[in-house]
Design a protein around this ligand. Structure first.
Ligand SMILES: CC(C)(COP(=O)(O)OP(=O)(O)OC[C@H]1O[C@@H](n2cnc3c(N)ncnc32)[C@H](O)[C@@H]1OP(=O)(O)O)[C@@H](O)C(=O)NCCC(=O)NCCS
Length: 379
């Protein structure tokens, strides 16, 4: 690109192509999401999270033998080293689970002698270790923050079921394990979203995968990104009853407030993932005898569509399904991170494999020719 070439600036880089990737594609006009060529609807219906993780990290679906070997590797890395727990125990108890997750991942990096090896083979090992252990970090760092002991992972359970087992200390109901597996798949990857772009920017400096993931967790935390699932649930609880839902939304819109869990930079007529997850809100609400949660969501959706032509994004049904499974609200975004680690890792590998430093420019809008006044003459 010549220095003179003018690329139009768009606030928030909306619509700007910032890279080329073979990992996933959002086909917004058709409300579709593709992972490595496969429609998310097919993957959501037929796959385990482990199978989808293999697809995203390796580039193709595994054979049965490949999947078994991959599952064995994941199970071997579920438990982080004891040194990680020692660090987590020293954290302030009032700390945020997202910050604890950053500390956990940074500590894993400090313990990995190959942390700075950015070769594809070394990165793949890190990706598997992180995919396996982040769910454990989420469950057990939360337990530690609550003053409880960590629970050892169980190798006879799948990734999603084992996560719920560690969190609650008992084996989950099959429906809960199924829905957790589904949300892990739906949250696993989504193109150049803010956290993934953050990870790629960090990786592009040739920093290691752990550093990229710590940064990505920070970017995910905000309410306009992953933090929306927690904010959406807090709103639903504040509304309290279906009868109050319409008035609450109308009042917020009148105040020009954003309703978390609605709208999306890419999807304008429906988020592929929300469409898949929504039926499970109803199923879990019936199962838990909490149809009020489902009804509040229904009314919010209708009012947002009528008033703003905005559709729910994945965080809206995800908030409800996690709540209906009894998961504490501060864990919703960490769970998102424990799923998105696969996408982050795949993108870090793609970045390192064909690296070019990501370094855009800004248009300066401040003054240029001010006269310098020495400190003792500035009054
Ligand atoms: C995700 C999000 C940041 C995308 O925003 P964007 O592409 O920049 O969309 P814009 O900010 O241009 O919004 C377009 C219009 O819709 C409105 N809007 C967008 N999302 C809204 C929401 N959740 N609640 C209320 N109004 C919303 C904007 O205020 C704007 O209205 P205006 O034209 O009257 O000013 C935005 O929809 C949002 O803030 N959603 C809530 C947070 C959330 O759920 N994030 C998770 C995303 S997966």
């Amino acid at each position: 690109m010549s220095e003179k070439e003018i690329i139009p600036y768009r606030p928030g880089l909306e619509g700007v192509t910032a890279g080329i990737s073979a990992i996933s594609d959002v086909i917004a006009a058709e409300n579709r999401l593709i992972y490595r060529g496969y429609d998310i609807r097919d993957l959501a219906q037929h796959c385990t999270f482990e199978e989808v993780a293999y697809l995203l990290l390796m580039g193709e679906l595994p054979t049965r033998a490949q999947l078994q070997q991959f599952e064995t590797e994941l199970k071997a890395h579920r438990e982080p080293p004891e040194a990680v727990y020692q660090v987590l125990r020293a954290l302030p108890k009032q700390g945020s689970p997202m910050a604890a997750l950053q500390v956990g991942v940074a500590t894993l990096g400090m313990l990995d002698p190959a942390a700075n090896d950015n070769s594809h083979a070394a990165n793949l090992k890190k990706a598997i270790r992180l995919t396996a252990s982040m769910a454990t970090l989420v469950a057990n760092s939360y337990r530690i923050l609550q003053g409880q002991d960590p629970v050892a992972p169980r190798s006879d359970l799948g990734h999603a079921a084992n996560f719920l087992y560690m969190l609650f200390g008992r084996e989950p109901e099959p429906l809960h394990a199924q829905v957790m597996n589904l949300t892990f798949i739906l949250y696993a990857e989504h193109g150049y979203n803010a956290s993934t772009f953050t990870a790629r920017v960090i990786a592009s400096t040739l920093a290691d995968m752990y550093s990229a993931v710590v940064g990505a967790i920070g970017a995910l935390r905000g309410a306009l990104h992953g933090g929306a699932n927690e904010a959406a649930m807090e709103a639903i609880l504040e509304i309290g009853t279906p009868e109050r839902a319409e008035a609450w939304v109308m009042e917020k819109l009148a105040q020009k407030a954003r309703i978390m869990g609605f709208g999306h930079r890419e999807y304008k007529t429906g988020d592929a993932r929300a469409i898949i997850l929504k039926p499970y809100v109803r199923q879990l609400a019936e199962h838990a005898g909490r149809m009020d949660i489902y009804q509040i969501q229904e009314i919010m959706e209708q009012v947002m569509l009528r008033e703003k032509n905005l559709f729910p994004n994945v965080d809206f049904p995800a908030a409800a399904v996690y709540y209906l499974m009894g998961i504490p609200i501060p864990l919703y975004t960490p769970i998102f991170a424990a799923a998105r680690i696969v996408g982050w890792a795949a993108h870090v590998m793609e970045q390192h494999d064909e690296n070019r430093l990501i370094r855009p420019r800004s248009d300066y809008k401040g003054p240029r020719d001010l006269t310098f006044v020495p400190l003792d003459q500035r009054g």
